[in-house]
Design a protein. Structure first.
Length: 425
């Protein structure tokens, strides 16, 4: 999918494959051409009629702002993930005629790539950019944000909720996905379309650790945990003039609080602005990123508290190792990066997969989930104080970091891709 949060974490996979002597063709949005070419892969752009970008996703967030949770996810699945699939399939099919791939690697929500592999009889590897959405007897439906339960009563709850959601909430999306298969002359598939990414894959890579994912007694054998797929550090990046303030704050014993609005749901009044207000009078250094909007428009320099440093973008690979706490709207990639470094979290966000990310942060014990997409300043302030004061969050985050250190994301992903390709021969 042509969004920053889905493309950047996987640049390392393409680079490693090219460095090992393999040919890689990458199909995605036009905005990512330079980043793809920098890996050594051949870039194939979506046409103007099929291209999407972060602004399109942002517009979806705006139009579905009154439809939280499952309703918001339903709108996003139809408009952004299912309806463009036939056009994406046609463009990739044309690329495949010339490139003749041995294996197709696809971000798990990009159904067109899995259908192309199925149609051409090729092995496929899907990798996750969200928590696992796979239906399970031990979990509630994806998008509800409910904790897992494998007790007898819990499994009854899971089964009833899953049947209800699939029948009443996702029926329209299911019909659209079934229609696409029929038009491509592919046999019908049983089960929810949200499970197709696992059903159709030769290998499925869960880009996290088992300790951050709900346990499932019925997890398919093709699912492999790889650890986090972390973005490549930008060698050309130069720190801002105030960067030395971080070392000064650490010398003074002041915590470093990173606040991010994310790259997709970028409305600053939802999290960024109330978080800045909540921490304005605290003895901390706040480093905040808007994810796109001009910082001067979000909060003019003259009105900023003295403990705030506000930028449009800062690479987490440079910033997070210096942080004590991350306040985030629940973007999966940022949460993975923080936990891989042992940094506890305060998480907001109730749209699409962010609700599930927040639920897993709370379940794992590595932070506090605010359970709102637009938390108030008082709620954010209390959560930050609690996490900073209670060492259990820090210890749990460190335990998770040790688990991430045992799984080296990119090498494991590359090995799985090459094994699938070789088996397909």
């Amino acid at each position: 999918m042509p969004t920053t949060s889905r493309v950047r974490p996987t640049l390392g996979i393409a680079r490693a494959l090219v460095s090992a002597g393999h040919q890689v063709a990458w199909y995605t949005g036009s905005a990512f051409g330079d980043q793809v070419r920098d890996t050594g892969a051949t870039f194939h752009s979506m046409s103007s009629s099929t291209d999407l970008d972060d602004d399109d996703i942002q517009q979806m967030h705006i139009t579905s702002a009154t439809r939280p949770g499952l309703e918001s996810m339903k709108a996003g699945l139809l408009n952004l993930f299912i309806e463009p699939t036939p056009a994406w399939f046609a463009e990739m099919d044309e690329i495949a005629r010339g490139f003749q791939p041995d294996v197709i690697v696809v971000e798990h929500s990009f159904l067109a790539g899995l259908l192309l592999a199925e149609k051409r009889g090729l092995p496929s590897v899907a990798f996750s950019s969200t928590p696992l959405s796979l239906t399970s007897t031990d979990t509630a439906p994806f998008g509800t944000g409910l904790q897992p339960s494998h007790s007898k009563i819990g499994r009854l709850r899971n089964r009833a909720l899953t049947a209800s959601v699939q029948r009443w909430v996702f029926s329209e999306a299911q019909a659209a996905a079934d229609k696409i298969r029929s038009e491509l002359r592919l046999p019908p598939l049983k089960g929810c379309f949200l499970d197709w990414n696992v059903m159709l894959s030769t290998r499925y890579l869960a880009a996290t650790i088992p300790e951050f994912e709900y346990p499932r007694s019925d997890l398919p054998a093709i699912v492999q945990f790889t650890g986090a797929l972390l973005p490549i550090a930008s060698p050309a990046w130069g720190p801002p003039a105030w960067w030395g303030d971080i070392a000064a704050a650490r010398d003074d014993g002041r915590p470093i609080i990173v606040v991010t609005q994310g790259s997709t749901a970028r409305e600053p009044r939802k999290l960024l602005v109330p978080a800045i207000k909540a921490l304005a009078d605290q003895n901390v250094l706040v480093i905040a990123t808007t994810g796109g909007p001009d910082p001067e428009l979000v909060l003019p320099r003259a009105r900023r508290p003295s403990n705030l440093r506000l930028e449009r973008f800062l690479p987490f690979s440079h910033l997070l190792p210096l942080a004590d706490l991350l306040v985030t709207n629940g973007g999966y990639g940022g949460v993975q990066q923080a936990l891989a470094l042992g940094i506890p979290l305060v998480v907001a966000g109730q749209s699409e997969s962010k609700m599930e990310v927040s639920a897993r942060v709370a379940w794992s014990g590595a932070g506090i989930a605010l359970s709102r997409r637009d938390p108030g300043s008082e709620q954010i302030g209390r959560a930050v104080k609690t996490v900073l004061a209670d060492p259990r969050y820090w210890y749990r985050a460190r335990e998770l970091a040790d688990a991430y250190a045992r799984l080296h994301g990119v090498p494991l992903a590359v090995a799985a891709i090459l094994e699938a390709a070789e088996a397909g021969r």
